[in-house]
Write a protein that binds this ligand. Sequence first.
Ligand code: NAG
Ligand code: NAG
Ligand code: NAG
Ligand code: NAG
Ligand code: NAG
Ligand code: NAG
Ligand code: NAG
Ligand code: NAG
Ligand code: NAG
Length: 840
Amino acid sequence: MRFTSSSVAAIAALTGLASAQYDGETSPPSYPSPWMRGGNGWQDAYAKAQEFVSQLTLLEKINLTTGVGWEGRPCVGNTGSIPRLNFPGLCLQDSPLGVRDTDFNSGFPAGINAAATWSTRLMKNRGNAMGMEHRGKGVDMQLGPVAGPLGRVPEGGRNWEGFSPDPVLTGVAIAETIKGIQDAGVIACAKHFIVYEQEHFRQPGATKFSYSSNLDDKTMHELYLWPFADAVRAGVGAVMCSYNQINNSYSAQNSYILNHLLKNELDFQGPVVSDWWAQLTGVASALAGLDMTMAGDQGLASGDSFWGSNLTAAVLNGTIPQWRLDDMVVRIMSAYFKVGRDTARVPINFSSWTLETDGYAYPEANEDYTQVNWHVNVQGDHAALIREIGGASTVLLKNTNNVLPLKKPKSIAIIGEDAHDNPGGPNACGDRGCDTGTLAMGWGSGTANFPYLISPVTALRAQAAKDKTSFANVSNNYDLEAIAAAATGAEVAIVFANADSGEGYITVDNNEGDRNNLTLWGNGDALISYVASLNPNTIVVLHTVGAVIVEEHKNNPNVTAILWAGLPGQESGNAITDVLYGDVNPQAKTVFTWGKSREDYGVDVLYQATEDPPQIDFTEGVFIDYRHFDAAGIEPSYEFGFGLSYTNYSYSNLQIHKENPGPYEPTTGMTKAAPTFGTIDYDPAHAEFPPGFHAVHDYVYPYLSGPVPTDLPQNWPAGSQDGSPQPHLPAGGSGGGNRQLYDIMYTVSATVTNIGHVKGTEIAQLYISLGGPTDPKVVLRGFDDLILDPGESETFTYQITRRDISNWDPVAQDWFISEYPKTVYVGASSRNLPLSATLP
Ligand SMILES: *[C@@H]1O[C@H](CO)[C@@H](O)[C@H](O)[C@H]1NC(C)=O
Ligand SMILES: *[C@@H]1O[C@H](CO)[C@@H](O)[C@H](O)[C@H]1NC(C)=O
Ligand SMILES: *[C@@H]1O[C@H](CO)[C@@H](O)[C@H](O)[C@H]1NC(C)=O
Ligand SMILES: *[C@@H]1O[C@H](CO)[C@@H](O)[C@H](O)[C@H]1NC(C)=O
Ligand SMILES: *[C@@H]1O[C@H](CO)[C@@H](O)[C@H](O)[C@H]1NC(C)=O
Ligand SMILES: *[C@@H]1O[C@H](CO)[C@@H](O)[C@H](O)[C@H]1NC(C)=O
Ligand SMILES: *[C@@H]1O[C@H](CO)[C@@H](O)[C@H](O)[C@H]1NC(C)=O
Ligand SMILES: *[C@@H]1O[C@H](CO)[C@@H](O)[C@H](O)[C@H]1NC(C)=O
Ligand SMILES: CC(=O)N[C@H]1CO[C@H](CO)[C@@H](O)[C@@H]1O
């Protein structure tokens, strides 16, 4: 395609930094885009990357920044390659819970279940197992884990892909997952940056523009940015931006979030990757800090790109300085070397676009029919880990008179579609876009195919056979006659019910990603009440993506137990059987608050747009989930951090030791000037398609597609092309922010004792009150899983960091410790905190 005057006008319009023209907040400019310096454990990788990038030509560099377009190659995202150096380009693949779109892979528990274990060991092992599976398929970058959405609204469709609305729990979980993935030699990609808290209006469609999440700087730092700081500190290789706008500026071109917060303050050293088609401008996104565009094309298989050829032109005409391009590429290659891709790599041996053995090497163009799948089995022994996480993430919410664990009951009735198999098989619905049969993952791109799915009825039937328990089951939630026949007179009736959600491109039962309500699906609530009206020993198992309203069942004396099993993955039935029969003693604590009504949460999804772009004002500030319930004095059904066990624990002997780390010093000084790597040949004649080159249809290339424009009006932001030394930020200077934020201020310990009769794991939790009038009552800061025999005591220890007791000062643009007295609490949940003391 040649540059026509209309395409030139289109570029001009698209590259304008749209912001102030709308109502609502605007995002302050932050330029230039910080260049990598090789700190925070990136030194060796940076050295290798410099050497590699210095050999590259302009076109080869552009190739690494730009995806080849949707379905261009085998992975969900593929960069161009460097044939001259035998470098095949990078393969980016979903998802946060396994390898998407292939076979002989595992279906892991969702992020929300990993969080519910409160076990750093299980979080990391899960990450490592997922990383090994990606590695075995030839994937360079796993597109996960998730800290955005954080979970501002319980209805948010993709909350389950992440961990918890608590930023500290999410921060620990994302860091451990990243370490696990990257130890396997695969780049982790923390996403979605940032405040992507609902599915409605996330992309242009129903509205012309994506919604804008508008929030103040304090809320950004103390809540939403917090877990991303942990991700950067853990050495995450890549970060993906989000679809939404922040203060009316799109994530992929918001210089404040990418340049200022992520690359400068948090000192992130790797590349920022766009979410698929979240990039909406060429030059503006490059200057604002984007380093790689995915899928590379401007729309699904459109063949054109904001980068590729357009980025080549922008470098050649001097709009994008060499240092900015070199920084993109050196960040990408540093992530590659940092996790050891140079030694861990195997050829890509699957195709996201077909499960058949043969298919097109260039699927969108239907070119080159050949073998594309080797059906490599990457499951290893991960089933055992999946089952363990399933059990360890099941929260026991109610257990009247210790009705659980079951001990060889005479008869048992298993009621509910959610206990049963999807008749079409566990992968019958593409990207799990239906709610048929038992729920073990949500829907959307955050999924993987199940190799198999053990349904609860299968595992419980096997257990019953072993125990000679007479067994009945009914899958139809509406067949009252069959249900009555099975439930009446059974020693125990177990009702399974669920609530599903997912990504906005799929609508299930009128739920456009986000849930329309917080009640159970498929007649679940009526089903539970009906069974309970017939059987005084009714046990409820919930497979839900988040909170549902359970107050009525909680108060129903015939409902003797309630368990939340979340989205446990392929070993679902075995995991719940382990818990119900006591082979596993529940350790999980709920990672979100169970409100008595939807209104109790104080915030909700914006379902109806009254302006364009839709404006979502985060006026609640840091008060989401339990912070809101505490502040508003609302009693929940079950509070954040709550969970029962088959034993009991006591807490005693709180000790506080004050450490002496010295005073906080804001980071000062200047960076070096932006480096460049190799020389760029600025002759446009050398940037054209090589003679005789066969261009694949609808495929994105770096070669010029017309004359380089040199006469367009330029309105690039001040400083955006400046590569001279820049001042450090006071709160920056090290991975995750000023290194002194992680200084240890206090060591806190307490004794936890198992006072019951069986072995168990207690999740001891530490909360802090920051004491100010605008602070939440308490905030989680630390936790640990203590394995205790009956009668045994262990010491719970947590080291309170400076960050843990700091607030963000938007004026000084730094963290500070307020004058208000700070109280530390230790206990078993956010509302069960028997130990407390003022910090000296
Ligand atoms: C958004 O606007 C608020 C209010 O002006 C400001 O405090 C905050 O820093 C801005 N954040 C971003 C990311 O633009
Ligand atoms: C860029 O990548 C494509 C494959 O996506 C490859 O065909 C082409 O040769 C590469 N160009 C250069 C200059 O390496
Ligand atoms: C360059 O960007 C313009 C404006 O978005 C687009 O119309 C054009 O197709 C792009 N060129 C190429 C070769 O992708
Ligand atoms: C009981 O479960 C089996 C699968 O284990 C299923 O085939 C059967 O339809 C269920 N029975 C009823 C009445 O739903
Ligand atoms: C809530 O949504 C689910 C799924 O769409 C639906 O099955 C259920 O009937 C809804 N609940 C109410 C009370 O409308
Ligand atoms: C509890 O079960 C008994 C039957 O055992 C029934 O009579 C009673 O109505 C039930 N209560 C509720 C609240 O369903
Ligand atoms: C734990 O303690 C509570 C309160 O004393 C008691 O009701 C419950 O039965 C105990 N649970 C176990 C498993 O011992
Ligand atoms: C250089 O090329 C880029 C990409 O086509 C374009 O956005 C920019 O406006 C051009 N600069 C000039 C001075 O024409
Ligand atoms: C395209 C390609 O190289 N595929 C490889 C995938 O992995 C299998 C098993 O390791 C190899 O045999 C294939 O050659």
